[in-house]
Design a protein around this ligand. Structure first.
Ligand SMILES: NC(=O)C1=CN([C@@H]2O[C@H](COP(=O)(O)OP(=O)(O)OC[C@H]3O[C@@H](n4cnc5c(N)ncnc54)[C@H](OP(=O)(O)O)[C@@H]3O)[C@@H](O)[C@H]2O)C=CC1
Ligand SMILES: O=C(CO)COP(=O)(O)O
Length: 351
């Protein structure tokens, strides 16, 4: 285990950054929680709360709000990057401008960038010069901020191209309520975490349509099949999809009332438009942009992703949600595992 009382910067004071800051503070670390919103920084320091994102939660005093990114990063070895995927490049640009030396960036976001089709690790590599970057670590898994902030038992996974860095981050976070595993499959962890949000949106839609548990179980199982097909083609270990960042996160996001993606889908299923839904949320719904990215990735890697395609039509082509489900159910008959087996065989032949 590492020495306690390490100073750690958490960049982004939304639901997840704040909940993770609490875990670090519970482990006696000095937590510098940076926000671009000065009023929020004042609230954190004066009232030890972050009402917009974690209502009713008292923050430990070891969490100090920072409005200055340069002060927050001064002398830290590790920065936890906890902003939506859409904001990552902008925030990394700000970090680049003020960082005095290299840091380990542990990102906790779940998305893929549309058009570039980059995973977040790849975006970080593009944005951060080598002299400012020690290592990149990914922390992901079934973990709603609302429950983590109540210190309910939670399990997550950390991964990195340098497993020593992953283990360092594991040591920073692990405690009695928050169990952290390691996994060396960066691609699988990032793809599973990002793409489960697509399936959660779809599960919310079928729940909103009143379709019940059979439909949701079908979406989750067939959703995981298409995530595994794409991820494996991209180089992931297929076993990762049966772990915490695969089926684990899929279960929690498709079944929890805390999930923003499930809630957004639910409103769509009940007839709201995408704009109405997003205006209503006040928090990031990563699955919307990720659906666009996965649609593009499926074309690039020539992988069948029928649920992603159906959702794409609902979100971006104005297709009626019920009609999209009908199209999915009317597809030609197929073998349950054939496509994944084919992907694995193709991969073996290439190796
Ligand atoms: N919430 C959860 O339970 C979990 C979330 N995640 C992932 O963590 C990531 C962050 O999500 P989460 O914390 O929930 O999101 P929230 O919507 O709760 O909060 C986002 C935070 O990022 C800030 N932000 C947005 N844009 C910028 C920007 N351009 N510059 C600086 N700060 C910015 C927001 O500030 P402002 O208030 O000003 O908008 C807010 O503080 C997502 O990828 C999500 O999928 C992963 C696991 C669990
Ligand atoms: O990733 C999450 C839980 O593991 C959070 O999911 P939502 O963004 O749908 O709330």
């Amino acid at each position: 285990m590492q020495d306690k009382k390490t100073a750690i910067a958490v960049i982004g004071a939304g639901s997840w950054g704040t909940a993770l800051a609490m875990v670090l503070a519970d482990n006696s670390h000095e937590v510098r929680l940076w926000s671009h919103n000065e009023d929020q920084v004042k609230e954190i320091n004066e009232f030890h709360s972050n009402k917009k994102y974690l209502p009713g939660i008292v923050l430990p005093e070891l969490i100090v709000g920072y409005a200055s990114l340069s002060d927050a990063l001064m002398g830290v070895e590790t920065a936890i990057l906890a902003v939506p995927t859409k904001a990552i490049r902008e925030v990394l640009g700000k970090m680049r401008a003020v960082q005095a030396g290299p840091v380990i960036i542990a990102h906790v976001s779940k998305g893929i960038e549309p058009d570039t089709l980059l995973r977040i690790t790849e975006m970080i590599k593009e944005e951060m010069p080598k002299e400012l970057l020690k290592d990149i670590v990914v922390l992901s898994g079934p973990s709603h901020a609302e429950e983590v902030s109540l210190r309910h038992p939670t399990t997550v996974t950390v991964t990195s191209e340098n497993m020593e860095a992953a283990e360092k981050v594991q040591d920073l976070f692990i405690n009695h309520n928050f169990r952290v595993y390691t996994n060396s499959d960066v691609i699988g962890v990032e793809i599973g975490g990002a793409l489960k949000n697509i399936i959660a949106l779809a599960a919310g839609i079928t729940d909103g349509l009143g379709y019940g548990d059979n439909a949701k179980a079908a979406l989750m199982t067939r959703g995981l099949a298409e995530i595994a097909r794409l991820g494996t083609k991209m180089g992931a270990n297929p076993l990762t999809f049966s772990g915490l960042t695969g089926i684990g996160d899929l279960i929690v996001t498709c079944t929890s009332v805390h999930s923003r993606n499930w809630r957004a889908g639910n409103m769509l299923g009940k007839g709201k438009t995408l704009d109405e839904v997003l205006d209503n949320m006040g928090m990031v719904v990563e699955g919307v942009r990720t659906t666009k990215a996965a649609y593009q990735l499926a074309a690039k890697y020539n992988v069948k992703m029928p649920i992603t395609f159906a959702l794409y039509d609902v979100l971006f082509n104005g297709k009626n949600a019920k009609d999209a489900v009908d199209v999915l159910m009317a597809r030609g008959k197929t073998h349950e595992m054939e496509d994944l087996v084919n992907v694995l065989e193709e991969r073996n032949m290439e190796e």
